[in-house]
Design a protein around this ligand. Structure first.
Ligand SMILES: NC(=O)c1ccc[n+]([C@@H]2O[C@H](COP(=O)([O-])OP(=O)(O)OC[C@H]3O[C@@H](n4cnc5c(N)ncnc54)[C@H](OP(=O)(O)O)[C@@H]3O)[C@@H](O)[C@H]2O)c1
Length: 243
């Protein structure tokens, strides 16, 4: 069945790989970004290469009201992917605006948007799939990125709860937890090769999670083991570690 797939934050490297993969499967893509100029070449490429409907929409997590995005869409999508995220200044405690942006983009806006979509799906009795890209950074607060990590922790908990809430309505929710990804977000950072996924690997993991109706997914399985160990380190040791 041909689906209408909404990807929010579609200019992200992960989202672009996902859009390409899903278009190759013959699905239509509704892509949002902060700039139509940035989206145009992406949608044109999908239309020409994959002969699918690809439409661009504006969405900025800091200024777009979710209902306005939903009104702009041609209808309700069958599948939604919330891919946007903002790493920002890892700690940024001396800049209220930076802390606020990290929390707004990674948590508040993502939650408000998914709430609106879930509400609309229930009203329309539509059995949709919703995917949120969270992060292993949310599995334990670390001194190196506690703002981003805590926003993602909140988002992971929200997605897990939303999955339980959506179950009775036939709506499936995936909590995706990548470790490191080689993308614009991590450009210039030293990344450990074997622990780093490509955007293509993340896209394949998402497609598989949707197809197999998985709940919580670590993109590279090794990260599940790593985070299990990290979560069990006692606080009195953890606070002295350089993580
Ligand atoms: N990279 C990693 O190591 C890593 C690890 C774990 C989880 N993740 C998560 O994976 C997802 C995809 O990230 P990525 O690695 O593909 O990085 P990316 O290429 O930098 O994508 C991040 C996207 O978020 C968008 N964005 C930022 N602020 C926004 C706002 N206010 N409103 C709307 N969109 C906004 C950016 O839009 P513009 O294109 O307009 O700048 C960009 O397209 C994110 O949720 C990220 O947190 C990444």
């Amino acid at each position: 069945m041909k689906k209408n797939i909404l990807i929010v934050g579609a200019n992200s490297d992960v989202a672009q790989s996902l859009a390409r993969l899903r278009a190759e499967n013959g699905h239509n893509l509704w892509l949002t970004g902060r700039s139509l100029e940035a989206l145009e070449p992406i949608v044109s490429d999908l239309r020409v290469r994959c002969q699918v409907e690809a439409l661009p929409f504006i969405y900025d997590a800091e200024s777009t009201v979710p209902e306005d995005l939903l009104l702009a869409l041609p209808g309700l999508p069958d599948e939604v992917h919330v891919a946007f995220g903002y790493l920002g200044n890892p700690n940024g405690i001396d800049q209220a605006s930076e802390a606020s942006r990290i929390m707004t983009v990674n948590f508040t806006a993502a939650v408000l948007l998914m709430n609106s979509l879930m509400h609309s799906f229930i009203q329309a009795k539509k059995q949709a799939v919703m995917v949120g890209i969270s992060s292993v950074a949310g599995d334990r607060g670390r001194k190196s990125n506690f703002l981003y990590g805590s926003a993602k922790a909140g988002f992971s908990a929200y997605l897990d709860g939303l999955r339980n809430f959506g179950y009775a309505h036939g709506i499936h929710v995936v909590t995706l937890k990548p470790g490191f990804i080689r993308s614009k977000m991590t450009a210039g950072l030293p990344l450990p090769g074997p622990l780093t996924a490509t955007p293509q690997q993340v896209a394949k993991a998402i497609e598989k999670a949707v197809r197999k109706r998985k709940g919580r997914v670590y993109v590279l399985p090794i990260w599940q083991a790593i985070m299990l160990v990290i979560r069990t380190i006692p606080d009195f040791i953890f606070k002295k570690m350089n993580l």
